[in-house]
Design a protein around this ligand. Structure first.
Ligand code: FES
Length: 104
């Protein structure tokens, strides 16, 4: 499993919640959507704000500063003022560990 980094235990991120982690100098948001884990950049593409401090509803995360919304599965912008999508990262669950892989 080269290149994969364990960033959390499945039990530490409840459904609809987010954990901020740093992997290879990138700050990621690890989100639990109904037991499915997703990894996206934790920094809004509009300004330097942590998205984990915002709200999660459905499969969207809302920026706490100006309210842009992003799709947690795809990183796509769902509502302005941000217009650049978030980067997403592959996630695996192995036993009780949540693993991500960060590539350039
Ligand atoms: S900083 Fe996120 S919408 Fe402005």
């Amino acid at each position: 499993m080269e290149g994969w980094v364990e960033v959390a235990k499945t039990t530490e991120i409840p459904d609809g919640q987010c954990k901020s982690v740093i992997v290879e100098d990138r700050m990621l948001a690890i989100v639990n959507l109904a037991g499915e884990f997703h990894a996206i950049d934790n920094i809004c593409t509009h300004a330097y704000v942590e998205l984990c401090d915002g709200m999660i509803f459905g499969d969207r995360i809302q920026c706490p500063l100006h309210g842009a919304q992003f799709n947690i599965r795809t990183g796509a912008v769902e509502a302005p003022p941000a217009y650049e999508p978030l980067k997403t990262y592959p996630v695996r669950v192995v036993e009780d560990g949540v693993l991500v892989r960060v590539e350039d």
